[in-house]
Design a protein around this ligand. Structure first.
Ligand SMILES: [Zn+2]
Length: 470
């Protein structure tokens, strides 16, 4: 994806355009009523808060780091707008605040006696824990983002570790969201790389939605689709400039992330912004991969690698000629419910076994349903190939962009053994009921052979010996 030859627009002009597109996207959002975006936007925190919560007091939720970055500016903006500001709730975060349920409980207990609306000042974790704690108190909240690190600012739900694994706990998106590009440009470059990894997965995720659309499983909503896919390629192009902290380049990334969250909010599902590449990340998250690293292995790094993994898989899948698919044979080999459950038991132990079994059984189709689905797949295959090819980028290009932005493109970078990485292609299919290319391959009995080809000498992972050892 080459950078456009034209000179980049000024940050102010670029962000004004992005703000206009975001405002249009806000039309159908149900939770978020005010979204402000641009260089120096943090100064508008007070106006935003006073408009959303007239007469209410504010309490800033931050950790030592985000308080140092933006605490004073947020407090000054609130006070300047006549908002009463209580003493901040500072979460102890050395080296970082953990997105676990203990932190949610600590925060909820701290907020409960306060007659105030929380303003989360931070990135992923601060926003997630404030969202959940506020939801448990049945209160709205607002968020001031300090890094372009994920698409969760404008999304519902919080990714929290509870009962030993990472899960999405319910909670409305913030009533007000503020993204200050100047603050975000000053964040460590790796945090923009996290957000970039989260965003790049929207490319293969779009192909997954096309599959589900063509097979009559989950129709595409064109308006929601455009929120995510419309600005996506342009946002991803300047990877090197994003790494360098270029504000204009960062504008596209932040817009893309905010748009993705809004799309999920409007669609009331993460389908528009999450496909099989996110399944990879979720599995690794549930297993605690890199959770004890300092800093902990980010969502975006795992998702970016998941995106490369799935893009590589698609390249092989789209080479197949499924117009001659033997539907009778696929149906004859389709496991019973019990046999399918056995497969899950062979691949998982508790605490992951129970949710994996539930996901696989929720999406289990009967032989008759499978026959209808595969007949449609066979008939629609030429159109599916054409639509998916138009959507996707080569895995090698995704890997190069991730390298340029300083994210992760190879399993060896995150300490995954070749064996565990290869098994992810099989196991990731079992942890979510969302239909993706992994289900297409499972249902046609092709998952194992197609994955094997990726690890052959001419396959995406086989070209590199560090991934082929068993
Ligand atoms: Zn994500």
């Amino acid at each position: 994806m080459p950078e456009r030859a034209t000179a980049p627009a000024s940050t102010a002009a670029t962000s004004a355009l992005a703000a206009a597109r975001l405002a249009a996207a806000m039309r159908d959002a149900t939770d978020t009523r005010d979204l402000r975006f641009g260089p120096g936007a943090v100064s508008q925190t007070g106006a935003m808060f006073a408009g959303l919560f007239p007469g209410r007091a504010a309490v800033v939720v931050a950790d030592e780091h985000t308080w140092a970055v933006a605490g004073a500016a947020v407090t000054a903006a609130l006070t300047g707008a006549g908002v009463e500001v209580l003493a901040p709730v500072l979460l102890a975060g050395r080296p970082v605040v953990h997105a676990d349920y203990d932190t949610v409980t600590t925060l909820r207990v701290a907020l409960e006696p306060l007659d105030a609306v929380a303003v989360a000042v931070g990135s992923g974790t601060l926003n997630d824990v404030t969202k959940r704690a506020s939801a448990e108190l049945d209160r709205p909240y607002a968020c001031v983002g300090t890094a372009a690190s994920m698409d969760g600012y404008t999304a519902f739900g919080s990714a929290i570790t509870k009962d030993a694994f990472k899960q999405t706990l319910a909670g409305p998106a913030p009533r007000g969201v503020l993204a200050d590009l100047t603050v975000m440009a000053g964040a460590p470059a790796r945090m923009s790389a996290y957000g970039y990894g989260d965003l790049i997965e929207k490319i293969p995720a779009g192909a997954d939605w096309i599959l589900a659309d063509e097979l009559g499983i989950e129709p595409i909503d064109e308006d929601v689709w455009m929120l995510v896919q419309g600005p996506l390629r342009e946002a991803l192009a300047p990877a090197a400039r994003i790494r360098a902290g270029d504000e204009a380049a960062l504008t596209g990334l932040v817009e893309g992330l905010l748009m993705s969250g809004l799309a999920m909010q409007v669609h009331k599902s993460s389908r528009p912004a999450s496909g099989a590449g996110h399944h990879f990340s979720h599995l690794w998250e549930m297993e605690g991969l890199g959770a004890d690293d300092d800093p902990p292995l980010s969502h975006g790094f795992k998702v970016g690698l998941g995106a490369v993994s799935i893009a590589a898989l698609y390249e092989r899948v789209l080479e197949e000629d499924l117009t001659t698919l033997d539907v009778d044979e696929c149906v004859a080999r389709w496991p019973s419910r019990e046999a399918m459950a056995e497969r899950v038991r062979a691949d998982f132990a508790e605490p992951l076994l129970t949710p994996a079994l539930a996901a696989v059984l929720r999406k289990y189709v009967t032989a008759a349903e499978l026959r209808a689905r595969l007949t449609r797949l066979r008939d629609r295959w030429p159109v599916i190939v054409e639509r998916c090819r138009a959507q996707l980028l080569p895995a090698a290009d995704l890997a190069r962009l991730l390298d340029e932005v300083g994210a992760v493109s190879h399993p060896a970078q995150i300490g995954l053994s070749p064996h565990a990485f290869r098994a992810t292609y099989r196991r990731a299919q079992m942890i979510r009921d969302r239909y993706t290319v992994l289900d297409l391959l499972t249902e046609t009995g092709r998952l194992g052979p197609v994955v094997d080809r990726l690890f052959e000498p001419d396959g995406h992972w086989g070209r590199d010996r560090t991934t082929t050892g068993e």
